[in-house]
Design a protein around this ligand. Structure first.
Ligand code: GLU
Length: 498
């Protein structure tokens, strides 16, 4: 492919602003973005807002924001302009009208005056009698051009339909699926222009891909059945179609039955920004989504953006279904969290800690340094940023929340009182408060009592943190600080038998 790929490569994301950006749209955005960046081409963002009834206010902005958040920068688009502006279809109606007029004049399209009721009835009757194609019966196609033009000029409500060839096949090449053939008799005369003067997706998509000089259309499998219609339109207009690539739909696996079905809420959050709230990193999301339907070869999984750009090729796109595995995303997120620098770790976790009320809105230097120490201790264990508050709250609260099971197991025990007394004494006596000194204090307490080190460590941990598990005890005590630790040990003493 690399040898024959025309330059410049121009690809596009053409979403409809009908809701919050879905995981599937972003996966397609990633493929298009990687394609553009790999070949040094352009990534175009076009808003397909011709279905006015389905518009959801705010969704265009949510798309721009989400692409920016993920670092999927586009070169041309509604909010940044470009040589083919406007990039919003509702602002390009004159272009579609012009093409429709040409198609009518050349006999490739016709006005249709049938009422909705009639079309419904015909559709139902044809479906029941299994007459192909199901759908519209081409009633108005038989009217003369003069009659159609006259009725339209008189203001009679109508749509414009494509005059699909009645026989023969339409074959096109999908870059990853190979040649695909549709029998024309299975295609009805689809609508190009609606009665409100807006084009349908089928028309606007073709006109804009042509005018915007798109070289590769990478879009999900659900659009495959529309492609023969597009190809027929390109042909009658004498336009060269772009290359088509249809990666497979996203699927999910049911946790109980193991059954695979179209990706839905049951398999993971639908909207990409939900992953932000759940504490997933953009690096992990982009890496994970890129692998849903694309394989770089070998068993490579964790890749930087630069590596993905370098390795991307259409050959690596897989036409068979890819399964969204939340566990894998979470694993990958943990890998990315572990690779964050100290400063980045703090920057990413801070909003979660602030939201939980553990850290102030504008932490000063001392607080910032404390947060850094705390997070470094938990970095290894954290799989999502959203876990940060639960993993670290005992560092921030005056009183740690007590895990009752741990208290029972480690503190409500005959030995616990003497262990806490000894360890408290040793810690009070420690001349410095560093990891080494703390370890020595614990060792000294275990020797004094003639018990195993673990028998000192466990009760001490529960007393100081309220819980039975956590990062290394000495590091934890060190970060918590002398005063906090001693106060907690003295308080916990009351929980142990006298
Ligand atoms: N507007 C379509 C969508 O919402 C675009 C499909 C295509 O890329 O052709 O996904």
């Amino acid at each position: 492919m690399s040898d024959h790929t025309p330059t410049p490569v121009r690809v596009r994301l053409a979403p409809s602003p009908t809701g919050l950006p879905h995981v599937g749209i972003i996966r397609n955005a990633i493929f298009n973005w990687l394609m553009a960046r790999h070949y040094g081409g352009q990534f175009v963002f076009r808003l397909e807002d011709t279905d006015q009834a389905r518009l959801v206010p705010g969704s265009a902005q949510a798309l721009y924001d989400t692409l920016r958040w993920l670092g999927l920068d586009y070169d041309e688009g509604p909010d940044i302009g470009g040589p083919h502006a406007p990039y919003v279809q509702s602002e390009r109606l004159d272009r579609y009208r012009e093409v429709v007029d040409r198609l009518i004049a050349e006999g490739h399209a016709y006005q249709c005056f049938c009422s909705q009721e009639r079309i419904q009835e015909v559709r139902e009757a044809r479906r029941q009698a299994n007459i192909h194609p199901h759908g519209y019966d081409r009633h108005c196609r038989a009217l003369s051009l003069e009659e159609r033009n006259r009725r339209a000029a008189e203001g009679e409500a109508h749509v414009v339909r494509f005059a699909t060839p009645l026989d023969g096949d339409t074959t096109f090449q999908d870059e990853v699926r190979g040649a695909i053939t549709y029998a024309n008799r299975e295609l009805d005369d689809h609508v190009l222009l609606k009665s409100d003067g807006f084009p349908t997706y089928q028309l606007a998509n073709v006109v804009d891909d042509h005018l915007m000089e798109i070289t590769h259309v990478i879009r999900s499998e659900e659009w495959l059945p529309s492609t023969p219609r597009h190809v027929l339109t390109y042909r009658v207009l004498g336009w060269e179609p772009p290359k088509f690539v249809h990666p497979a739909l996203l699927m999910g696996r049911d946790p109980q039955s193991g059954k695979i079905s179209k990706f839905s809420k049951r398999h993971g959050a639908q909207f990409v920004r939900e992953y932000e709230e759940q504490g997933y990193l953009t690096e992990a999301l982009v890496n994970f989504l890129a692998l849903l339907g694309w394989a770089p070869g070998g068993d490579r999984e964790i890749m930087t953006r630069e590596e993905m750009i370098q390795l991307f090729s259409l050959e690596g796109i897989n036409p068979s279904p890819s399964v969204f595995d939340l566990e894998k995303l979470t694993w990958m997120n943990g890998v990315y969290i572990r690779s964050l620098s100290e400063a980045e770790l703090v920057r990413r976790c801070l909003p979660f800690l602030q939201k939980a009320g553990l850290v102030s809105e504008a932490p000063g230097e001392v607080e910032q340094a404390y947060v850094t120490q705390v997070l470094k201790l938990e970095q290894e264990r954290m799989k999502t940023l959203a876990e940060a508050p639960a993993l670290t709250d005992f560092f921030f609260r005056d009183e740690p929340e007590l895990d009752e099971a741990a208290v029972t197991k480690r503190l409500r025990q005959p030995q616990a009182g003497s262990v806490l007394d000894a360890v408290t004494r040793r810690l009070e006596a420690a001349s410095t408060w560093d990891v080494e000194a703390l370890e020595q204090a614990v060792n000294a307490a275990s020797e004094e009592l003639g018990v195993k080190k673990a028998d000192v460590i466990h009760p001490t941990r529960v007393a100081a943190t309220g819980r039975g598990v956590g990062p290394g005890l000495f590091e934890t005590l060190w970060v918590l600080g002398r005063e906090r630790v001693l106060a907690r040990l003295r308080k916990a003493r009351a929980l142990a038998p006298a």
